[in-house]
Design a binder for this molecule. Sequence first.
Ligand SMILES: C[S@@+](CC[C@H](N)C(=O)[O-])C[C@H]1O[C@@H](n2cnc3c(N)ncnc32)[C@H](O)[C@@H]1O
Length: 430
Amino acid sequence: MPEITDDTPVHLAEVDVDLDVQEILLASSQHDITKLRRLLRTQSSLPDAANVKDTESGFSPLHAAIAACEPDTETKETQNGTNGAVPSDSNPKELDTETLQSAVETVKFLLQEGAIWNDLDVNNETPGCLARRIGALELYDLMVDAGVRAELLLNRLDAYEELSDSDSEEEDKEGETATATATETDPETAPELVDASAEIAAAPSATPANPEVSNPQYLESHLNIQNDRILDADQNGVMMAWESDIMRKSAKALLPTPGLRVLNIGHGMGIVDGFFQEQQPAAHHIIEAHDDVVAEMKRRGWDSKPGVVIHQGRWQDVLPGLVAEGVMFDAIYHDTFAESYGDFREFFSEQVIGLLEQEGRWGFFNGMGADRQISYDVYQKVAEMDLFEAGFDVQWEEIAVPKLEGEWEGVRRAYWVVDDYRLPLCKFMD
Ligand SMILES: C[S@@+](CC[C@H](N)C(=O)[O-])C[C@H]1O[C@@H](n2cnc3c(N)ncnc32)[C@H](O)[C@@H]1O
């Protein structure tokens, strides 16, 4: 039986690896940093020891360290991170202060060792989701901060790659020695950054709740425009009527008095534009890129409303023309679809300054990361930092969102699950 002889060493190696994994998870759940340090630095069989996973629960060392703070319940299995069950008793129980404190130290240590902040367990929970569910808010905050650091780094890497791509393209244009492959980012030029990105990219991103469709693909697709929603060709929700209260409050915050000039980017169902009209603006420009939406706007007579100017096209193509003409606004609203956070950052870092009056206000639909509370919290901070860097102050108003259970029928995925909407109001810094 040659097969058995051949299999035996492999089998033993697997057992060894599994034991190593369990040892790390156990040390994490016991908050034994001395042992963890030794295990993480000496386990040559595990190249990414800070990110091992329990096969049953999907727990990483971070999950294990945080789950150990959960007060015992009947459904909780105890040992080393094999707990994936949600407690049957949903009343939060008091957490033990000492355990919490040792968990804080362990989580900080694991993060320093390269633990990924948003790995998912079998319950679809990140370590931060778990911390929030059991009421360990100090641990939750640590995980949010870790998410902010990782996402800021990822965004910088994206920008770096774009820059690197465009540099290479420039070289191509100049007829220098560049070859076709040289237009790709050259890992040799930034080995540390590329390594870091590979590590972070292994985890699910907290990136704004974008559908898996690119902006150009979306703009090519045929839309299903209904009374209470717009869906794209893949049933992704582009705009839904439940957002009306958010749109009303955004419009009122941006245009508090009649007679102001407003620019809206992304018409959708025309909800926010309807509220802008109620404020009798002196000028009302609308940029809309999708042909189907523009056709619907015209059908509804938007092109003949006094003061309304429709710009058909992507904001990326339309705005430079407006800046060149010197057109200025008292208020700007941004709510597009299937664009990345990088696109949004480009909008506020490079375009708003040329279009908004010094005392003007601008805002955006804040749906970034809204399919998971921790992602929403992470992206609020990421945006706040980038806005600050671009020269803006932002104030957030919390608005309760109605329960949306029935709303998602026929929609590919719920892009909103968090309880409260944080409405942003941005101004130039004093
Ligand atoms: C979420 S909807 C806007 C909803 C709108 N706030 C309302 O109250 O109904 C997004 C809109 O942005 C448009 N859009 C997507 N990408 C765009 C781009 N790059 N430039 C301009 N408009 C864009 C979409 O076609 C869509 O109509």
